[in-house]
Design a protein around this ligand. Sequence first.
Ligand SMILES: *Cc1c(COP(=O)(O)O)cnc(C)c1O
Length: 427
Amino acid sequence: MSNYGINTKCVQGGYTPGNGEPRQIPIIQSTTFKYDTSEDMGKLFDLEASGYFYTRLQNPTNDYVAAKIAELEGGSAAMLTSSGQAANFFALFNICECGSHIVASSSIYGGTFNLIAVTMAKMGIEVTFVSPDSTEEELHAAFKDNTRAMFGETIANPALTVLDIEKFAKVAHEHGVPLIVDNTFPTPVNCRPFEWGADIVTHATTKYMDGHGAAVGGAIVDSGKFDWMAHADKFPGLCTPDESYHGITYVEKFGNAGAFITKCTAQLMRDFGCIPSPQNSFILNLGLESLHVRMPRHVENGLAVAKFLKESDKVASVTYPGLEGDKYYELSKKYMPNGGCGVVSFELKGGRAAAEKFMKNLKLAAIETHVADARTCCLNPATSTHRQLTPKQLEEAGIPEGLVRMSCGIEDKNDLVADIAQALDAI
Ligand SMILES: *Cc1c(COP(=O)(O)O)cnc(C)c1O
């Protein structure tokens, strides 16, 4: 599939049926797989042969869909997880352990911020948060001897800052660590971080990839390009024998293309078990089949809504990276020439009270803890997704209390603008 365009990969990537086989990806709703001899099965346990034995580790339906996502991102290997949270945790924990340090953009999803700042801290993994606008010198200053990964979001949820992927990747590589990028918002249709130097990409497939608010899920994709052995002292888990797998050294056995995802499956999925159900992976694939058709409409509607809000005297500010004059307009043009996504943030004059009044009066846009759905939805981050953050942390993440995050769906843009207009009038 690698010679085909992204539109073709969305529709047909990952699964090529043989003669007489199902046209659609089959749902292999089976926990386990049958073998004729224990010797056959033993080879699978030793990672000597590839195949299936227990769905917690691998399942064909999940693998077909993971393979499609790997093709979309231009990666060497991918795996699915039960949620975006699991994907980000696994991507980091696959190379970090007690005593490690992470450099992360402060402008990230609230759940990921909490995961890194609170939960991973309890595991003895330290973090230094940096502004996405940091200069190269400021980024360098955040690194320590025990830094093992750098993390950021292409377009941050909900602050809508744009990551300067090339700059972050350059600094990470100078310190011998990979850059992990959460590419949930633009999706590979609008940005492919590997083309700009990122090493690992993660997704909350819950968002645009599924796109219909039907299945929570996540994905991790490896570019296959990071040279782990060149920094073997930092990554003993990949570069020295794994005693829980008969002394296999992942990089030696699976190469740079396969080591990261194989270790993540063999160790983290084995031990934590955050697998998606095959049924959910099937639903995710239905979303992927139209991702390239939906994303341009999300962008078109997001831009129309952003332009309308910009002209309203009830609106204090509008944030949409694709809107001319936005702080991240130039970066957005560079990394996402066809636009980023359908999510628009804006601050209403009158703060939290005005935001609540406005949202109550919307008819098409529903109040939901969700984004990136075919149906337009909105929320007030300070009282929902980010309510665990202190006022200072909210400020650092660029989230004023009166901010409304609106995720423009794929309805008629004129209907969305009219709905917003009447709700603004009601304030
Ligand atoms: C939603 C989201 C997540 C978490 O995904 P879940 O599937 O809800 O666990 C992670 N990163 C970003 C950017 C998100 O928008």
